[in-house]
Design a protein around this ligand. Sequence first.
Ligand code: ADP
Ligand code: MG
Length: 576
Amino acid sequence: MIKNLFLVFKTAPAMVRKNILLELLHSMFIAVPTGFLLLIVQELFSGEVNQRRLWSYVLIMLSLLMVQLFVSVKTIVGTNTMTYTLSTNLRLRLGNHLQRLSMGTFKQRDPGDLASVVLQDVANFEMIFGHTVGNMAAAFFATLIISVFLFLTDWRLALVLLAALPLCWMMIRISNYLIVQQGGKHVEARNAIGARFLEYIQGIRHIKSFGMTGPRFGSLDKALNDFRRASIRTEAIPGPFVLTGGLVLELFFLLMLGIAVTFFAQGSLSAAVLITFLIIGYRLYEPLKIVLVDYVILRYMNISLSRVIEVLQIPEQGSGTKRKPTGYEICFEEVSFGYQEDKEVLHQLSFKVAENSMMALVGPSGSGKTTVTALIARFWDVQKGKVTIGGIDVKDMEPGEVYKLISEVFQEVYLFDDSIYNNIRFGKMDATEEEVIRAADLAQVLDFAWELPGGLQARTGEGGNLLSGGQKQRISIARALLKDAPIVLLDEATASLDPENEIHIQKAIQELVKNKTVIVVAHKLATIRNADQILVLNKGSLDEQGTHSNLMDKKGLYHHLWGIQQQLGGWKIKKA
Ligand code: ADP
Ligand code: MG
């Protein structure tokens, strides 16, 4: 836990140092009046009571209390400021870090789980740290200071009181062990709820249309029940140890009392010291009882903190020499790649796309076309060989720099729940209004937008669900047009469109690819007849390569696929 906290503290070291000093000061102001209490008791039992001295002790204690109040306020404000600074730093670091991870990370990890690290685990740290760290620090320093007082007064009784600490420590260790076990399950159960809810809400349309409310809701129900059980156990299991720890302290206090009375009867202890230990002995144990409870909560926080740190330690995509290309020729050199280590998807693929030319990727479903486009955009890093843009390995570029060079249009379009206008503007945040409108015009967005209430200011809905597939596609092309990146990747952009929309989108795409280096994955082979070069992929390997007429002459896979599509051209849904 100390190691984890240390990593977090490193994000604001000066503030943490200042707070430790404040806590120390605060504890001194808690402990020092206890010392005066001791002096007052000794004065009372000294035989000849000096009224003036007694009153001055009381006055000093009173003024110390006033200062303590001031220091307390300072400390509380300091602790809060520190807590929120540290948690903000954690969130910022998580945000920056997530940006620099490969897409692969997001595919492999449950998105609900990642979201719960960023939202819940950091919040958990924030809440627990802010409320316990002050108590813990005060207890630590105050115990230390009061122990010194007690040792100076009577080392034998002090030793008895402090002998309780190792036993207490043992109780803490046992409950700690159980918390790590149980707390882990609790966090897992909590994340399962998040993931099930996410799935439920995202899939609600399908769940409803397939009438699956029963079983799908069942898994959410189960997750909720698991969480309830885990929560109860997490609360219940450390309880007995915390209570036993408290009991141990009480017992040692009684033991000390017994020994003190014996010493007093034997005459080896003064009444003043006896009374002092009665009062201060209790004071010593009070903060420790708080620690017993707080420590349990703090361990729980550490489970969350470990999860945050685990995410922070996922390796980021490196950026080697950070060079930027000047040309935009795209080159695959003997590229082998698999999403998982043991399953290669592309095998030693080599090809070259000249700057400002158009290459088409065709091949059966699952042959690796989308994977090729993803590797150009550096969504993943290749395992063997290299992908270069303008002669520079994409691994030597900042991932952000690579994205800047590329405009993508996919079959599945995601729009933000915002206006059409703003969704286009995401392509270039500093675009002028004229530029946005021009892009909307070229991409045939104005054609349908003017009929909507508010025109370009009409909202698209979450994920774009207020618009049709073709309309969303045109917006995404307008966005790409505005971005005006030198490389354009089109992945089955027209695959699922009705003929009318397809004509609009063909027009829009014509605008988009002007003077660009283009890689297009086409479902309908007729649309890529004019490509400068066609690459036919089969099971992740290069099967054929050439222009449309070359490939037709070869009578290979391309010729075969072309033939199938000609037949499909006359395909109709028939009623029996
Ligand atoms: P295409 O676009 O030609 O249909 P893909 O490039 O999407 O093919 O897929 C190639 C292979 O890689 C397929 O076997 C597919 O199952 C697999 N694949 C695609 N995406 C992923 C992914 N994110 N994780 C694991 N395997 C994947
Ligand atoms: Mg694909």
